[in-house]
Design a binder for this molecule. Structure first.
Ligand SMILES: Cc1cc2nc3c(=O)[nH]c(=O)nc-3n(C[C@H](O)[C@H](O)[C@H](O)COP(=O)(O)O)c2cc1C
Length: 216
């Protein structure tokens, strides 16, 4: 097996290290975060750091770098207006989704540049991505500065959830491979996971039981 130490990581060429470290921590969620500014219009960008924080209250978080040197429109718009949407990236949208990472000027809408469509639902302030099959309307709750690498974890409350009815199981669970939601491998790889199995709650000393496989 290949073995790499922290000293070797520190000595690596920048892009090589970026690719290695971004992929070695595993698959990440693939989402488009969309926001709106009254003066500068709409914004949408790809994020791989959106993560579940808790279900009651329903909270999510994502990591961003609010530096002064590079404008961060998503962060700025959320701070100004409090609302944002999180939209799953589907198999048929990966090129458009990736293109949203390009550094467009604040006045330029990534929606117009990429063919992704804005959609407004139930009077929510921020736009959703029409092509997305799973989308969340969120409200800013708080943020935590991470001093170790000058980033911020922004916390959002989930206010609205939309998805195609066909992907939900009777117990609430969403089968994301039915929606063709992708995952991110590294910083530029998009992959389509397929479900292997689903298990009942694990208890010490009890055999793992599948939801799908019939008992003999
Ligand atoms: C696959 C992928 C994942 C990304 N994930 C994040 C992320 O989690 N946080 C972040 O701040 N930027 C992330 N980026 C970079 C942003 O998409 C990029 O900086 C974008 O221009 C930000 O747009 P904004 O300035 O309009 O907010 C990612 C880029 C790619 C290609």
């Amino acid at each position: 097996m290949q073995h790499i130490t922290s000293e070797e990581i520190a000595e690596m060429e920048k892009l090589f290290r970026l690719n290695l470290i971004n992929s070695v921590t595993g698959y990440k969620s693939a989402n488009l975060i969309a926001t709106k500014s009254e003066k500068k219009g709409v914004n949408v960008a790809v994020f791989s750091s959106v993560t579940h924080l808790g279900s009651n209250p329903a909270l999510l978080g994502f990591i961003t770098r609010p530096t002064k040197e590079v404008a961060r429109n998503t962060y700025k718009n959320i701070k100004e207006n409090k609302y944002f949407t999180v939209n799953h990236i589907q198999k048929n949208m990966i090129e458009s989704a990736h293109q949203t990472a390009a550094k467009y000027d604040e006045e330029i809408s990534e929606f117009q540049q990429t063919g992704l469509e804005e959609e407004y639902l139930d009077n929510f302030y921020a736009p959703y991505v029409k092509q997305s099959k799973v989308k969340l309307g969120c409200e800013y709750v708080n943020e935590y500065y991470i001093k170790e690498n000058n980033t911020v974890m922004l916390i959002g409350a989930i206010k609205h959830i939309y998805f195609d009815e066909g992907i939900q199981a009777p117990d609430g669970w969403l089968r994301l491979d039915d929606a063709e939601t992708v995952a991110i491998n590294g910083l530029d790889g998009y992959t389509l996971p397929s479900l292997l199995d689903r298990f009942h709650y694990a208890r010490p000393g009890q055999e793992i039981k599948s939801f799908f496989k019939k008992e003999d």
